[in-house]
Design a binder for this molecule. Structure first.
Ligand SMILES: [Fe+2]
Ligand SMILES: [Fe+2]
Length: 161
């Protein structure tokens, strides 16, 4: 069932991008964009999918989570917004991993919108990706919390329902 998701984590472009991000973030005080973050996002989104009976496919949720920040290295190096860089990388990776055009569109649209508050309340892939991405951050134990540019409303000051 997770065959195509496992193709993503073996894909050379995905692995290379993750390594590039790791190297560029090694001295970063704020939240990192690593595999732990990607999997936290996937699992939180999947939990909401179950709790709300949204019936979105597990592979689609995991694919979006594993790819949503993959362009972060290009943001650091070339100044591109990382949601745009991630969609470009995701297109090729999803094609190589066997996702069909319809699935690719839903995943890529959700990645493109993951920093856009307009989708924050939706009960679709974009909505659960947006919320899971924010919920994954443990601001309540973060040493850089006071310097972080997230708004007060966005920060997780406690464990939410
Ligand atoms: Fe992001
Ligand atoms: Fe993220």
């Amino acid at each position: 069932m997770m065959e195509r998701v496992n193709r993503i984590i073996r894909h050379p472009l995905w692995k290379g991008a993750l390594q590039q991000i790791e190297a560029l973030e090694k001295d970063r005080d704020f939240c990192r964009h690593d595999l732990d973050h990607f999997l936290h996002v996937a699992r939180i989104a999947y939990i909401e999918n179950l709790e709300q009976s949204l019936d979105l496919s597990k592979e689609t949720i995991y694919a979006a989570a594993l790819l949503h920040d993959i362009g972060r290295g290009l943001q650091y190096e070339k100044g591109l917004p990382h949601e745009d860089a991630s969609t470009v990388l995701a297109q090729g990776i999803l094609t190589d991993c066997g996702f069909c055009e319809g699935e690719k569109k839903v995943i890529v649209d959700a990645i493109a919108a993951h920093r856009n508050a307009d989708v924050a309340r939706g009960y679709d892939l974009a909505g659960i990706l947006y919320r899971a991405d924010k919920a994954s951050r443990n601001c309540f134990v973060c040493k850089a919390e006071t310097e972080c540019n997230w708004s007060r409303e966005k920060k997780n000051t406690h464990i939410k329902d």
